[in-house]
Write a protein that binds this ligand. Structure first.
Ligand SMILES: Nc1ncnc2c1ncn2[C@@H]1O[C@H](COP(=O)(O)OP(=O)(O)OP(=O)(O)O)[C@@H](O)[C@H]1O
Ligand SMILES: Nc1nc2c(c(=O)[nH]1)N=C(CO)CN2
Length: 167
């Protein structure tokens, strides 16, 4: 199944954290790297004022993992990069979200699929549509169409930064 995974960081060495997350995510069986999006610098959405901008990207993978095992992998990678859970939407060294897993649709709060806010987040949809212009968000429609209705001003390409395939 195809999995779309969103990465974000707004604390510490942001780009190194994103690359480290990619390397760590794929450093175990069941997940195969397909493609990484470009990296974007994005204004923080929600949370306390005065936060640094984020670096955001998405990674497309093929997985044979059961969705909760994939979530566990994502949460373990967050922990490995020292994420301290504080304030909702507060600053974080690393956030790893499952945007979509195949066509699965679930409203389980432990694992909501697609991610319940993905359709309204330009910091997720801009990188995803750049990586895959034909992308469809299950239950919501074409990512390119969803983006038409969103403000993309706070999402800026960082073409000086490129995620490498995992080592
Ligand atoms: N699609 C999903 N991807 C990642 N976590 C999810 C998903 N659906 C539900 N969750 C649950 O959300 C919990 C908390 O997530 P987290 O603290 O990363 O939220 P957040 O990143 O602060 O906010 P947001 O959900 O708006 O991105 C996780 O422990 C996980 O069980
Ligand atoms: N720009 C930006 N804003 C956010 C982000 C993020 O990754 N990028 N993640 C959040 C919670 O997951 C809340 N706000």
């Amino acid at each position: 199944m195809k999995a779309v995974i969103a990465l974000g960081s707004n604390l510490g060495a942001r780009f190194q954290t994103l690359q480290g997350a990619v390397d760590t995510l794929f450093d175990a069986p069941g997940l195969r790297f397909v493609q990484a999006s470009p990296v974007y610098e994005t204004d923080p959405v929600g949370g306390p004022s005065g936060q640094r901008p984020y670096l955001n990207a998405i990674v497309i993978a093929e997985t044979t993992l059961e969705p909760f095992r994939l979530l566990e992998r994502a949460l373990n990678v967050e922990d490995a990069f020292g994420r301290v859970r504080g304030e909702r939407w507060g600053p974080r060294t690393l956030d790893v979200d499952l945007v979509a897993v195949g066509e699965l649709v679930s409203d389980d709060p432990e694992l909501t699929l697609p991610h319940p806010l993905a359709h309204e987040r330009a910091f997720v949809l801009v990188p995803w549509s750049k990586a895959d212009p034909e992308a469809v968000l299950p239950g919501r429609g074409r990512v390119a169409d969803l983006l038409e209705g969103l403000d993309r001003q706070g999402v800026r390409l960082r073409d000086d930064l490129k995620l490498q395939r995992p080592d």
